[in-house]
Ligand binder design. Structure first.
Ligand SMILES: [Fe+2]
Length: 167
């Protein structure tokens, strides 16, 4: 697999921040596609297999830039080119934008009340729905199954502090 940059958490410009009105510039430079993904309740995307195995998306030619607009969603990221291949990142409404580089396995799980996420993607010219939205079953990819197994080194967690503080 080609060398891949790490994922990033991007902040954005808040123009106006009053108790009743918040106004943000969420422009992602070079984004040429906008996907809106609504999870009604605690949905998993892509869904697990009937045997309960995790499944992942991986875009060979698309960068995702994900911002939660309402609710919360937890992203599971695996990239074998990273020094630490497995990360779990929590997104909450109005938080940072999660940039996922091409070549990264990713799946997401919504909070119990669901979530609405906008993806300001950067799609390369050769990207097609068939190439970019294949689903990968971790039970059939030994390296992916190992990295996400209980026996492997634990994932690195990001963005879980607020939850702990609130608890
Ligand atoms: Fe994606």
């Amino acid at each position: 697999m080609a060398k891949s940059s790490n994922f990033e958490l991007l902040s954005y410009h808040k123009f106006r921040d009053t108790p009743k009105v918040q106004f943000f510039d969420i422009t992602v430079p070079n984004s040429n596609a906008r996907d809106l993904v609504f999870h009604d309740g605690p949905a998993i995307s892509p869904h697990n297999t009937s045997e309960g195995a995790w499944q992942f998306y991986l875009h060979p030619r698309q960068e995702d830039n994900l911002l939660a607009l309402s609710g919360g969603r937890t992203f599971y990221l695996v990239n074998f080119a990273w020094e630490q291949p497995f990360h779990i990142v929590r997104l909450e409404a109005g938080g940072e934008i999660l940039r996922i580089p091409p070549g990264t396995f990713h799946r997401s799980v919504s909070d119990p009340n669901g979530s609405l996420v906008i993806n300001q993607a950067v799609r390369h010219a050769e990207a097609t729905v068939q190439s970019e939205f294949r689903v990968y079953n971790s039970a059939k990819i030994p390296k992916l199954r190992w990295v996400t197994s209980q026996a492997a080194p634990p994932p690195i967690l990001h963005g879980f502090d607020r939850e702990r503080q609130a608890a």
